[in-house]
Ligand binder design. Structure first.
Ligand code: NAP
Length: 293
């Protein structure tokens, strides 16, 4: 079994981005600038946004963090996004999800300019991705592809089973794995909450991507010998022995599945670590797209 070390690969992506930022500096060009909007004070969202801002600093990007109270009305948030769309210095805009109930996530995503949609959630980005055109790939699926690429894992002809069909993880990774690309050419089965015989389907998977948000759902008896297992799940589970009061659990029963796998991602330190690195790649791309215009 080989552990797919997200921290290691993310560091190599970040080192590469640092070099590219230095090149931009030497040429006197504009540096990438990410604007992040955080609404309310959800603990997990605070942590994610803080890491994104910290990673920008580490790489040498400019970042702006805009915070709003959880009670903000939708129009105020949309107005801020429109302002950032018009700001020539801002390359990428992200609005940390989930949002409070009074705000439509769909409207928020639609309002972000497709050219600054570094999260890759805008319908234009998804449409381009489906058509195999250059686009901002949502960060988590992009991070998974970067991991597969780094470890030179052959995907061609493999049967990939994706559990979950969300717009941010399951759906895009299932499309990407099926495309005619070096990290694609799989035959893909997508499972969701209405799937019957999920154990039998998983047992047919050469690659399994577990992205359902149910801690330790994928057990050893659901996985064939030699499978490649990608655990996307991040769930906070109460743990009184931890200072924070919780620990992070993935969607895979690691102790049972790891011995049967050829490759597996740990949680934490797997896909989660890659997601921010992928977001940073998208932000550089947004900046370069602007420079080349
Ligand atoms: P989501 O929007 O809640 O989607 C979950 C998907 O799993 C849905 O399609 C749902 O089916 C399916 N599902 C739920 N229970 C199931 C079951 N028992 N059997 C089969 N399918 C089932 O979640 P998400 O945003 O995709 O996130 C999934 C997990 O990944 C979460 O733990 C989240 O925290 C984590 N995540 C991690 C990263 C990272 O950076 N590592 C990034 C994003 C998300 P239906 O469509 O039928 O409801």
């Amino acid at each position: 079994m080989i552990l797919l070390d997200g921290k290691l690969v993310a560091q190599s992506v970040k080192d590469d981005l640092k070099n590219r930022v230095n090149d931009l500096k030497l040429k006197g060009q504009k540096l990438p600038h990410l604007a992040a909007i955080l609404v309310g004070n959800n603990g997990a969202s605070e942590t994610y946004v803080a890491s994104k801002v910290k990673t920008c600093e580490e790489i040498g990007y400019k970042s702006t963090l805009i915070r709003f109270e959880a009670t903000i009305n939708e129009e105020t948030l949309l107005e801020k996004i429109r302002e950032l769309n018009e700001d020539p210095d801002v390359d990428g805009i992200l609005v940390q999800l989930p949002l409070p109930k009074q705000i439509s996530e769909e409207k928020v995503i639609d309002t972000i300019s497709a050219e600054k949609d570094v999260d890759g959630f805008h319908p234009v980005s998804i449409g381009r991705l489906v058509q195999g055109l250059p686009s901002f790939v949502p960060a988590t699926p992009y991070g998974i592809l970067l991991l597969l690429e780094y470890y030179k894992i052959e995907t061609k002809g493999k049967h990939a089973v994706v559990i979950g069909r969300s717009n941010i993880v399951g759906r895009p990774i299932s499309i990407l794995l099926s495309q005619n690309t070096p990290t694609g050419n799989c035959t893909v089965t997508v499972c969701h909450s209405h799937t019957k015989n999920i154990k039998e389907i998983c047992l047919q998977g050469d690659i399994i991507v577990a992205a359902l948000g149910r801690p330790e759902f994928l057990s050893g008896e659901m996985v064939r010998e030699g499978a490649i297992v990608i655990d996307v799940g991040i769930t906070r589970v109460e743990d009184k022995t931890k200072k924070s009061g919780f620990k992070i659990k993935g969607d895979v029963k690691f102790d049972e599945v790891a011995p049967k796998s050829s490759y597996i991602t740990p949680v934490p330190g797997g896909v989660g670590a890659m997601t921010i690195a992928a977001l940073m790649k998208n932000t550089l791309q947004a900046c370069l797209n602007k420079i080349s215009k």
